[in-house]
Design a protein around this ligand. Structure first.
Ligand code: ADP
Ligand code: MG
Length: 696
């Protein structure tokens, strides 16, 4: 197993294995199910299950699991062995079609936001044949959707699949109008770029904040951070290189197309990007990637931090969701073609995305709303919380020209029959890279850059697919009725540009002047925090759209609102409790020990007739800090109690935003101040300097 092509996907029940191990009939039925979402009949399922079992057992697997993505944001699994007793006391390895298709895990401990009463604990998992099964740690993993007894989605995969279906439905209608009769399926693809930090495991284990919350809650700025920009794309340290090589190998075995790796802006920060694939698979792969990243790190004596903001003062981590729409005939609908006809179709899809992002900017914002991501958005290291679209000067110029019914440029004379000026072949402009835009067109795809590093990419893609589907539906409704298609098309493109051009912004998204302009002049939303953003999910226009596209039911939306805000509240409360714990049990005692030693030295000096000037100055300073830390800790603890008393989740989240987080900030400030004047050997846990520069 030395060459990559030899072992790539060796743990995946992919096309190669299916073709080799299934009869032609079974393979054909399975492919039809995958392509058209047709129900699989039990005899086929039995044949597939038997083939999967034989293959898995040959590879040393003893168990199988239905792998699903509950609303915790991470994946869940319950392992069952293949063993089945024989009358003679022996066992055989057994796995039926029924077991493959459906599972019934006890769902009672997963968040359901009231969808499933606790007395109705049953939940169902249903095989998703569009994502390959795979073997990991001696278990056959079967990707599944997870829903309640009543059929409501309790996971992220189900609405994602529904949103892909919605987009397929509406895009096909539009494509038909352009004469694309041969296209049978439209799907979206995603390449998620994943950022992460690596810190030494031995140091991690000494930090309760990292252990309980995934981020540091205390820590003074080290003398050096990311000022010199010497880490970004810098040469990779040997220990990190070993980790990355091992990670690639593990991902490749699982059929994950890990492609690019490099150092990121902050010290100890890195990125991994796979080659893009269908959104559904990309989502499964991203979940797996995050898991494997952490597992491989442990083997190397490291810990991989996926939190959005592990360290204050240096960049946090995000995830860039590169997204495109393509057909089963190999056409990328976001790629401007060579002919005017293709241009018009491209333009229609482009303005559909513009309109969707403008009209549902609040939904896109909710899709990335978490307590962790609130630290990044708008903090001059990631896009602002205001959603806008970067198109680049050329494409913006073209849209403006269409809006004004003028030719795009003097030398561009080709005029289409329908009056839309031919788009010059739009080559990807590498000089024109805008890293500050939340939603950037990058030649043949859009890059949605607001996702947090630990987010499941499902949420963002659900909203993106659903919004674009709903706009395409409006477009198709209008164009199908039109007497003259070309005129109607031209008018539609023109009015859409006019109505939604406010969302286009090609400048610096980190600029304060932009936020002012966006909000005051353009009327765009600036939903800064999760409690600000989440209520948008339940606005009528958004519920109507999501329900109308068949992506969510009303009950599912209400439950998701509850779960997301509950998660926000719990996350911050755990952080606050951790701060109280660390301040009382570690920071204060450490500073007190230093104070005692200093006081001792002061007394000794005094006894020798030497004035303890330095000691006295420091004793005063340290004592002021300990008083402050103590009173801030008490206040924070009291506040946590008060927050707990607020039973309404919306109000609780608001109180956390307005009171608890500021109280955490002041405690941190006092503790960080104390750290800066406390001798290093007294500080009770590894510092920022230790953590950020600890992996060589
Ligand atoms: P960057 O400079 O932003 O890193 P890359 O070209 O390396 O840009 O692409 C980043 C990600 O975009 C990769 O995961 C890549 O596979 C993905 N990508 C490229 N083309 C497409 C596409 N048509 N649709 C979706 N994702 C794509
Ligand atoms: Mg990118």
């Amino acid at each position: 197993m030395t060459s990559v092509p030899d072992y790539f996907g060796c743990m995946v029940f992919d096309e190669r294995v299916m073709k080799a191990r299934l009869s032609a009939d079974v393979y054909y039925s399975l492919k039809q199910t995958i392509k058209k979402g047709k129900q699989l009949d039990l005899s086929v399922a039995n044949a597939v299950a038997a083939a999967m079992r034989d293959w898995a057992v040959e590879k040393g697997a003893t168990h199988f699991t239905h792998w699903f993505q509950p609303l915790t944001g991470i994946t869940a699994e319950k392992h069952d062995s293949f063993i089945s007793p024989s009358p003679d006391g022996s066992v055989i390895m057994d796995f039926s079609g029924k077991e493959l298709i459906k599972g019934e895990p006890d769902a009672s401990s997963f968040p359901s936001g009231g969808l499933r009463a606790t007395f109705e604990a049953r939940g169902y998992t249903a095989w998703d044949p569009t994502s390959y099964a795979f073997i990991k740690d001696g278990t056959l993993y079967i990707p599944t959707a997870f829903c309640s007894y009543g059929g409501e989605a309790l996971d992220k995969k189900t609405p994602l699949l529904r949103s892909m279906e919605a987009l397929n439905r509406q895009a096909l209608r539009v494509l038909k109008l352009f004469g694309n009769e041969d296209v049978k399926r439209v799907s979206t693809s995603v390449g998620p770029e994943q950022e992460y930090f690596l810190v030494p495991k031995a140091m991690y284990e000494q930090r309760k904040d990292l252990i309980y919350t995934g981020r540091t809650l205390f820590g003074a700025k080290p003398p050096k951070g990311q000022e010199l920009s010497d880490h970004y794309f810098g040469s990779i340290a040997p220990k990190v290189a070993e980790y990355m090589a091992d990670l690639d190998k593990e991902l490749w075995k699982l059929g994950i197309l890990a492609k690019t790796k490099h150092n990121e802006v902050a010290p100890a920060q890195h990125e991994l990007a796979p080659i893009y694939t269908t959104t559904n698979r990309a989502t499964d792969h991203n979940q797996l990637t995050m898991e494997i990243m952490q597992k491989v790190a442990a083997k190397h004596g490291l810990v991989c931090l996926l939190h959005e903001k592990p360290f204050a003062g240096v960049n946090g981590s995000g995830k860039h969701n590169n997204w495109s729409i393509s057909t089963d005939t190999g056409m990328n609908l976001l790629s401007p073609g060579d002919t005017p006809y293709e241009n018009a179709q491209f333009l229609l899809f482009l303005v559909a995305v513009l309109k969707a992002v403008d009209k549902y900017q609040d939904l896109l914002r909710t899709s990335v709303a978490t307590a962790g991501n609130d630290h990044r958005l708008g903090a001059n290291e990631a896009p602002p919380a205001v959603v806008s679209v970067f198109l680049g000067d050329e494409l913006t110029g073209i849209l403006e020209a269409i809006g004004k019914e003028k030719p795009y440029s003097a030398h561009e004379k080709t005029v289409m029959k329908l009056g839309v000026h031919a788009l010059p072949r739009f080559t990807r402009d590498t000089t024109d890279r805008n890293r500050t835009s939340p939603f950037a067109f990058t030649g043949n795809k859009f890059e949605f850059r607001m996702l947090g590093s630990s987010n499941s990419i499902a949420c963002a893609n659900i909203m993106l697919n659903a919004s674009v589907a709903s706009v395409l539906e409006e477009f198709a409704d209008r164009l199908e009725k039109a007497k003259n298609f070309n005129t109607a098309l031209y008018n539609l493109i023109k009015t859409t540009i006019a109505e939604h051009k406010r969302i286009i912004f090609n400048g610096n998204g980190y600029d304060d002047a932009w936020i002012k302009e966006a909000v005051e002049k353009r009327g765009l939303l600036n939903l800064k925090t999760t409690p600000d953003a989440m209520p948008s999910l339940l606005l009528k226009k958004n519920m109507d759209m999501l329900i109308g596209q068949g992506v969510f039911s009303k009950a599912e939306l209400v439950s998701r609102y509850e779960i997301m805000l509950e998660n926000y509240c719990k996350t911050v409360i755990i952080e606050a409790n951790t701060m109280v714990d660390m301040a009382r049990k570690e920071i204060l005692p450490a500073v007190e020990t230093y104070i005692a030693d200093l006081a001792g030295t002061a007394c000794e000096k005094d006894a020798c007739g030497i004035k303890p000037v330095f000691e006295k100055k420091l004793l005063k300073q340290l004592s002021e800090y300990t008083e402050e830390i103590d009173s801030r800790t008490d206040a924070l603890e009291k506040l946590v109690g008060k927050v707990h008393d607020v039973s309404d989740v919306t109000k609780c989240a608001q109180k956390i935003r307005d009171e608890l987080i500021p109280a955490m900030d002041v405690l941190r400030k006092a503790a960080d101040g104390a750290e800066q004047v406390t001798a290093a050997k007294y500080w009770p846990f590894p510092t920022y300097g230790d953590l950020l520069f600890g992996v060589k």
